[in-house]
Design a binder for this molecule. Structure first.
Ligand SMILES: CC(C)(COP(=O)(O)OP(=O)(O)OC[C@H]1O[C@@H](n2cnc3c(N)ncnc32)[C@H](O)[C@@H]1OP(=O)(O)O)[C@@H](O)C(=O)NCCC(=O)NCCS
Length: 372
């Protein structure tokens, strides 16, 4: 490979093949189905099944998948004990990273063929949701709640976190965000998971690696960072002043921009439409004024569009979800995409081992310690 082939951040580099998802003319497709179609006509569970199994489930298959999720929801006592021991200020994403790793020591599934991996992925999906909800309750001085079989995955997380059955709107909107977050081809965390898989490591290690990569504000952490930004404004005027200064200072605005979408993130458009309805329904129109005060100059002057994390932050906020649940909710969904990629990589593997351009000192002799 020549130095001319070097592309910082691997921008524009094709690093593998996938049949799981693609962005086609600005539209995200999961196994050929446009995300807007799935958002309109399917649930998160159906989308997760599609990613893991390759096809949408029929009613029987969907029931089987949901039953398996429910069977795997209970957290072992060892996990609850460990959750109690992690100091309260530890960020939720760090807790999740440690706990998924710990849960892996009690993995009830066996084997490494594709079916076994799908079973393990379903177990991890159920456990991750339970860990998030249990940690949230413990932080609020409450005991973790048992799952309520029959709820949707989104409804389950809300129920286990808050202790009351979620209203339809909240469950539906969280479900929508889970569909939108489930998969996005070779993004940073998925690539990290595939690299881990490529060494013939295990699925849990790949998911832990994915969580570590997703946490950063340039990736999944952007939904929290975007809402943190919005929260500092009491009015749209304040937001307008702030964005002027931020743009003059060449600051990065969280929730905007994307490596792949240069004319707007299709997922953001879908979610923003629902967010506007939610804000109107909740009588919180002033939040949309603040939202637009940041968005308009970004789009009109900088031509940098919101990504899905921008509307997602405010959607979760208006649903009264605490800030540090936002990125963990992303994990609760993306674990399915990571797992699908792991299964695909494992089935047709070659270890990832790129090259680098060396910029250190030329060869030199080790001087005796006394003369250093
Ligand atoms: C997503 C992101 C990491 C993509 O990075 P990237 O592909 O390396 O970015 P690009 O090469 O497209 O950036 C092109 C230009 O737009 C600018 N830009 C990109 N995103 C920007 C943002 N959010 N705010 C301000 N400027 C931004 C870059 O600084 C760059 O300007 P320059 O050419 O003057 O240096 C980047 O847009 C970003 O940091 N966004 C904020 C974090 C975020 O929302 N992440 C979630 C992604 S789903």
């Amino acid at each position: 490979m020549t130095e001319e082939a070097y592309s910082p951040g691997l921008a524009g580099v094709i690093a593998g093949e996938t049949a799981i998802a693609c962005v086609d003319q600005g539209k995200l497709l999961y196994r050929g189905y446009p995300i807007a179609d799935l958002a309109e006509n399917a649930t998160f569970e159906e989308s997760a099944y599609l990613l893991l199994h390759g096809e949408l489930p029929n009613q029987l298959q969907l029931k089987g998948f949901k039953d398996t999720l429910d069977r795997y929801r209970p957290l072992r006592g060892e996990l609850i004990d460990a959750l109690r021991k992690i100091p309260a200020p530890v960020p939720m994403m760090d807790v999740l990273r440690s706990m998924v790793s710990y849960a892996g020591h009690f993995d009830p599934t066996n084997g490494t063929d594709s079916d076994d991996l799908r079973e393990r992925a379903t177990w991890l999906t159920a456990q991750i949701a339970g860990i998030i909800a249990a940690r949230f309750r413990l932080l609020n001085g409450k005991e973790p709640l048992d799952a309520k079989p029959g709820l949707s995955h989104a409804g389950q997380i809300l129920y286990q976190a808050h202790g009351t059955a979620p209203d339809d709107l909240s469950a539906k909107l969280v479900d929508l965000t889970l569909i939108l977050y489930a998969e996005h081809d070779f993004n940073a965390s998925t690539f990290a998971a595939r690299v881990i898989c490529s060494t013939m490591s295990d699925l849990t290690s790949a998911i832990v690696g994915g969580i570590g990569a997703l946490k950063g504000p340039l990736h999944g952490g952007a939904n929290e960072a975007a809402m943190e930004m919005l929260q500092q404004f009491k009015s749209a005027d304040e937001a307008r002043l702030w964005i002027r200064e931020a743009l003059a200072g060449k600051g990065k605005i969280m929730g905007f921009g994307h490596r792949v979408y240069k004319n707007g993130d299709h997922r953001a458009t879908i979610l923003e439409r629902e967010l506007r309805k939610l804000a109107a329904q909740k009588g919180q129109g002033e939040w949309m004024d603040i939202y637009d005060a940041i968005k308009d100059p970004m789009v009109n002057e900088k031509k940098i569009y919101p990504n899905v994390d921008y509307p997602c932050g405010l959607t979760y906020y208006l649903l009264d979800l605490p800030l540090d649940l936002y990125t963990p909710l992303f994990v609760a969904s993306r674990v399915t995409g990571w797992s699908a990629h792991f299964i695909e990589q494992a089935a047709n593997n070659r270890i990832y081992r790129p090259l680098s351009i060396y910029t250190g000192p030329a060869e030199r002799a080790v001087p005796p310690i006394g003369s250093r």
